[in-house]
Design a protein around this ligand. Structure first.
Ligand SMILES: Nc1ncnc2c1ncn2[C@@H]1O[C@H](COP(=O)(O)OP(=O)(O)OP(=O)(O)O)[C@@H](O)[C@H]1O
Ligand SMILES: Nc1ccn([C@@H]2O[C@H](COP(=O)(O)O)[C@@H](O)[C@H]2O)c(=O)n1
Ligand SMILES: [Mg+2]
Length: 209
């Protein structure tokens, strides 16, 4: 077994296991609407939304020693080393009073996926995957106007490339385990949420049973 699979159970891991968390991974290309739909899911289904990208941006703002490295990676559309992102996700789950989490934008590559499983011992209940064309995602990102440093055409193209090369294989991995629920995310927000609601209504019953 590799070093990742052999990772020792730390005190943080033990405390997280004791919480018996339910985790849903929310995946999809940049601008597919993950954050938008997670906000709706929180309102209707009582999950806590953890966006890996938001946690990394907060880490930059906090003045952490990793801040400059994270900022450079985000500007280039590259994936931050798993240990950094997993620590942020693990701490956020431990600090929350909830035990139902939507993890948005993670895992982004095979390293993210394997390291998360090895460190936290958590398998997702299911994976929500938002499908949308690059043309539509590009239009949404260029119109987002939230002051994100990576919402410019040069970085957007790099993010699309990373998504196709590194993130799609993660979706395929979970598909092979029968865990992926695909959503047509090109439709208007309300219609996408109708499809999301149908998935959560069915899947929550399975998770709770
Ligand atoms: N179904 C939709 N139709 C039209 N616009 C949408 C739709 N869903 C989201 N948007 C808009 O597209 C932009 C991107 O949405 P959002 O931030 O939810 O995407 P994301 O998948 O979280 O992106 P990122 O990976 O960059 O964080 C936002 O301005 C949002 O209002
Ligand atoms: N698992 C992740 C998630 C995100 N990043 C970096 O953050 C950028 C923005 O992410 P969004 O989900 O908010 O679009 C992304 O392009 C990566 O640079 C990461 O490294 N690892
Ligand atoms: Mg987002």
């Amino acid at each position: 077994m590799g070093a990742v699979a052999d990772a020792a159970i730390t005190d943080a891991t033990r405390r997280l296991i004791e919480k018996e968390p339910t985790v849903v991974f929310v995946l999809g290309g940049p601008g597919s609407g993950k954050g938008t739909q997670c906000a709706n899911i929180v309102q209707h289904f009582g999950y806590t939304h953890l966006s890996a990208g938001d946690l990394l941006r907060a880490e930059i703002k906090s003045g952490s020693e990793n801040g400059t490295m994270i900022q450079n990676m985000i500007k280039e559309g590259k994936i931050v080393p798993s240990e950094v992102t997993i620590k942020l996700l693990q701490n956020a789950m431990l600090e929350s009073a909830n035990n139902k989490f939507l993890i948005d934008g993670f895992p982004r590559n095979e390293e993210n996926r394997a390291a998360f499983e090895a460190v936290t011992k958590i398998e997702p209940a299911f994976v929500l995957f938002f499908e949308c064309s690059e043309e539509e995602m590009e239009r949404r990102l260029l119109g987002r106007n939230q002051g994100r440093e990576d919402d410019n055409i040069e970085t957007i193209r790099k993010r699309f490339k990373v998504f196709m090369e590194s993130s799609i294989p993660v979706v395929e991995y979970y598909e092979s385990k029968g865990k992926v629920c695909k959503i047509d995310a090109a439709k208007p927000i309300e219609e996408v949420f109708e499809a999301v609601k149908a998935v959560f209504t069915t899947q929550d019953a399975v998770v709770v049973a």
